[in-house]
Design a protein around this ligand. Sequence first.
Ligand code: NAP
Ligand code: ZN
Ligand code: ZN
Length: 349
Amino acid sequence: MIIHAYGAHAADQPLVPLQISRRTPGAHDVQIDIAFCGVCHSDLHQARGEWAGTHYPCVPGHEIVGRVSALGASVSGLRVGDLVGVGCIVDSCRHCADCAEDLENYCDGMVGTYNFPTTDTPGHTLGGYSQRIVVDAHYVLRIRHGEAQLAAVAPLLCAGITTWSPLRRWNIGPGKKVGIVGIGGLGHMGIKLARALGAHVVAFTTSESKREAARQLGADDVVVTRNPQEMLAHLRSFDLILNTVAAPHDLDALLVLLKRDACMTLVGAPASAHPSPDVFNLITKRRAISGSMIGGIRETQEMLDFCAEHGIVADIELITAGQINQAFERMLAGDVQYRFVIDNATLAS
Ligand code: NAP
Ligand code: ZN
Ligand code: ZN
């Protein structure tokens, strides 16, 4: 089946309209007509070859929502017409210790939604900047939000789960003080989720212009990181700092804000390394730095259900497929509140 998509032919080329093929659904597959797809900063890193190993053509997109349009004979629990989502994972080995613990995101055999090896044409997976996708039912998420919210649900499939997973891992809830660094697609979801979990939330931003907006997202306090006095007011006070920044920066200025035994979790994935942190900022208070990558399928469903129950969606700007290159530039400039979402109906025009 041939469908319309948008993708890049090379790292230094803009995204252009493409035609791609999708497999005929097998017995365990779900075919999804994609309604909307969020634009993650990872899409930009990958399409522009900023991380090693991009395969071209590169069709990004792993914040996918849409409707089931066909089902394999062995699929149960889903019907044609159901609202569903696909995040960053479309397959995994299914028998390793990580898969057994529903942490497919850490499986060595994980197949990402784009740029991972597959037997489908053209030999690597192609993502959600496309009209349709065919995915094994195990990796398809149920969406319980109303249809009117569908576009704003899309970013939960990556930005939502990538912030939810470490918040849950570090038992964030009432009585905990959490810092969210970088108020972009991930960071704005981090604020909403940490707040809904009951934590005291402090937003860290380089952008004076986001001060008020971050409060409206649910931050109890906002620190503009360029102002040392504002930073020092929070010395040794955080239980967790969740760092979503997409560029190398000074980690020490944040580490010293952690309490004893507290952790800064890095989820931002810059193309080049951060300057090394000063080890004294770790050993003197037994602090830790950790990383976290998206989340497993089970916890993604838990996050989606929590968001449906609490009325949480992303703040989005809806764009046409033809606006994607401009959206990449605006995302780099921090000029989006807070996530671009493609209206995939515009791929056909
Ligand atoms: P985004 O929407 O572009 O937001 C990133 C934010 O980081 C910006 O809004 C800005 O916030 C801050 N920032 C950007 N450049 C900066 C700089 N030079 N110095 C300090 N702050 C800067 O990106 P996103 O989609 O949220 O993704 C963020 C990062 O997470 C990307 O590297 C992405 O690839 C990665 N990611 C990782 C995972 C994972 O599983 N670990 C999943 C998804 C994405 P302020 O204006 O508030 O400072
Ligand atoms: Zn992403
Ligand atoms: Zn596995």
